[in-house]
Design a protein around this ligand. Structure first.
Ligand SMILES: *Cc1c(COP(=O)(O)O)cnc(C)c1O
Length: 396
């Protein structure tokens, strides 16, 4: 059996998205900036995609800027907010310690350009306390960036409360909603968000298309220098087939959000129960305030990379932490930020489910993962020490 359980890394293209993309590639080849009929047909399709995305996010079409994905949207959000604030003399930026690298490394670059960054710690449950954001605020704070849902441990952050806090302190609020879009309700204005990033390939759309939503009045700086596309906020001819397919996938995901969440979270909870029966193992992150499909589990004494390879040999696609961390020898900054000891951070696997997964597939996961864990433990020197009583386990 083959089970794709790495939907937080990327999702397969939905049938509807593929159909839209195919039709667009064949028939809507015009440049949306051209004045003639073929160009105007592309412009119409682009506007329709913008309307769909806006409707799904509780904003208006003019507030949606199409980008090449989540990374670009995060870069542009942070750079725009920082440059805008510097003109007003504000140079302090706040984010959580467990943001995606597209946020953390952009902040690092801004630090090199004279900005000061405070990373707020997260709780052991992977959920941010609003008070800890409040404590980090200063009179010169320009921006707070908090992801809606974490990509490694799936925990969901109290977005609306942070939005309210930011508004009260006249600070811009950006959220990396890449893991949340299409899976959790989003309402830009009701949640008090000024800037929101999303990416098509995390909800059944194609790779290479995303969006940055910027509330009216928030000035965006184009990262690319060129033509006046996207009202001067993103130069370059729009990738219409991917954008239209992303909009179709988002519309589809949002239309089925509640039933999908019920279905996927039931699968998730069954998997969590089965894995929880493995001795000296533990679920990472709050069990309830988490994405419907995320299962992040630590198995003491098991090297996560070996676990991923052993699962792959049995047809299971899983991930150690995030896809972006694969091949990197560094322990997950997300797990370390939640206070996991380094050794346990290296013993963590992420299984991320989607509505495409079946009950039979989850049965297989419930059986195969504990089996592979015991096999690997038999070969693990660290585990032998624990089982021989030479040292106490880190997970009781
Ligand atoms: C995948 C992901 C990104 C990056 O999006 P791309 O479209 O792949 O560039 C950013 N943030 C989070 C939380 C993600 O999961």
């Amino acid at each position: 059996m083959r089970v794709y359980a790495d939907n937080a890394a990327t999702t397969p293209l939905s049938a509807r998205a593929l159909e839209v993309m195919d039709r667009c590639l064949r028939e809507v080849y015009g440049n949306p900036s051209s004045l003639h009929a073929v160009g105007q047909r592309a412009a119409d399709a682009l506007l329709e995609a913008r309307r769909v995305v806006a409707r799904c996010l509780g904003c208006v079409p003019a507030e949606v800027v199409f980008t090449s994905g989540g990374t670009e949207a995060n870069n542009q959000a942070l750079v725009s907010a920082a440059l805008g604030a510097r003109r007003a003399g504000k140079t302090h930026l706040v984010a959580t310690a467990f943001e995606h690298h597209a946020v953390l490394n952009t902040l690092r670059r801004l630090e090199g350009q004279g900005f000061e960054v405070t990373l707020v710690p997260v709780g052991a449950d992977g959920v941010l306390e609003v008070e800890s954001v409040e404590r980090a605020l200063r009179p010169d704070t320009a921006l707070v960036s908090v992801m809606y849902a974490n990509n490694e441990v799936g925990t969901v952050q109290p977005l609306a409360q942070i939005g309210t806090l930011c508004r009260a302190h006249d600070v811009l609020f950006h959220t990396d909603a890449v893991q949340a879009a299409g899976h959790l309700p989003i309402d830009l204005h009701a949640q008090g968000v000024d800037l929101l990033s999303l990416s098509g390939h995390k909800f059944g759309g194609p790779k290479g298309a995303g969006a940055l939503c910027a509330r009216r009045g928030v000035v965006l700086t184009s990262l690319l220098v060129g033509g006046p596309q996207e009202r001067g906020r993103r130069a370059g001819t729009e990738n219409l087939p991917a954008i239209a397919a992303m909009a179709a996938a988002l519309e589809e995901s949002c239309a089925h959000m509640d039933e999908d969440a019920r279905y996927v979270s039931a699968l998730r909870d069954r998997l969590v129960r089965a894995l929880g029966a493995v001795p000296h193992s533990r679920l990472n992150g709050d069990p309830v305030r988490r994405l419907p499909g995320n299962v992040s589990f630590t198995f003491e004494g098991v090297d996560s990379e070996r676990l991923i390879m052993a699962l792959d040999a049995r047809g299971v696609c899983a991930s150690a932490g995030s896809a972006c961390g694969a091949g990197s020898p560094e322990a997950s900054h997300v797990l370390l930020a939640m206070g996991l000891p380094q050794e346990l951070a290296y013993s963590t696997v992420r299984l991320s489910l989607s509505p495409n997964n079946t009950a039979e597939e989850v049965d297989y996961l419930c059986a195969i993962v504990p089996q592979v864990v015991s096999e690997l433990r038999r070969d693990s020197p660290a585990w032998r020490e624990v089982s021989a009583g030479a040292r106490d386990p880190l997970i009781p």
